[in-house]
Design a protein around this ligand. Structure first.
Ligand SMILES: [Zn+2]
Length: 257
């Protein structure tokens, strides 16, 4: 588990990493049972696991994400999408300036996904870095669907199970009932085909969705191990390709994209 922040500049110069993992999370409400830092904690955990590969390091996490839609809940912090995109892009550009052009943005927060996709597209278009976004819930989407009745999507059965596997002391199990009371089965709110869930408060009074009381440590461990395996495979996939191969067809349609 090589943390870039624990290496010296001399060490990085003499043995430059081939791939860096940048964890991105949030500091936002996760209902009454999970801590505000859930997304950052989960992303940092997977980033550290991935950095056990030879030649792979993880950077410190980006702890505040695109979370203005959680602003009605106490303790939530946020930055806008442009600020977040620029910040992450510049972090990756600084890695690339030291020759680290393969980057995995291990992300814990759904609200960051659009910005991270833009970062990846832009940097590949410029042939500066090949930075892909990896989300644990996407990596185990089929397993989540198979094991739970409702979709969930935030502070739900899936996320609670994952945190129970990573650090059970952070889950206040006595409050899972309160989290579920009045929570909708999934994320957002649609009316006649229109998305009207602009803010989280528009569709959940507790901040959670899905069935937090269905969370289970054993399922969480299973999901955790499957996600870790997928991340391992992604790391190998990227390490086994030359940058020429990764940048193929990279020229942007328009230089500003
Ligand atoms: Zn979360």
């Amino acid at each position: 588990m090589t943390a870039l922040a624990e290496l010296t500049t001399t060490e990085v110069e003499s043995s430059p990493p081939t791939l860096a993992i940048v964890p991105t999370g949030s500091t936002e409400q996760h209902g009454p049972a999970l801590p505000l830092g859930t997304d950052t904690i989960v992303a940092s955990h997977f980033a550290a696991l991935g950095a056990s590969h030879e030649g792979v390091v993880h950077t410190p996490p980006v702890p505040v994400g695109v979370s203005p839609h959680h602003r009605h809940f106490a303790g939530s912090l946020w930055v806008g999408e442009e600020t977040f995109k620029d910040y992450v892009e510049e972090v990756v550009r600084s890695l690339a300036a030291h020759g680290i052009e393969r980057v995995i943005l291990v992300n814990g927060h759904g609200g960051n996904v659009n910005a991270l996709a833009r970062v990846g597209r832009r940097l590949r278009g410029d042939s500066v870095a090949y930075a892909v976004n990896w989300n644990w819930w996407k990596a185990v989407e089929a397993e989540l669907d198979a094991r739970f009745e409702t979709a969930g999507g935030h502070a739900c059965h899936g996320e609670t199970s994952m945190l129970l596997a990573i650090d059970p002391e952070l889950v206040d199990e006595d409050r899972l009932d309160a989290a579920e009371t009045g929570a909708p089965p999934g994320w957002g709110k649609q009316v006649h085909g229109a998305e009207v869930g602009f803010d989280t408060i528009d569709f959940t009074p507790t901040g959670a969705v899905g069935e937090p009381t269905a969370a289970n440590a054993a399922i969480g461990q299973e999901l955790h191990d499957l996600a870790a395996e997928a991340l391992d495979d992604l790391i190998e996939w990227m390490l086994n390709r030359s940058t020429e191969e990764l940048y193929r067809h990279a020229e942007p349609l328009h230089p500003s994209e």
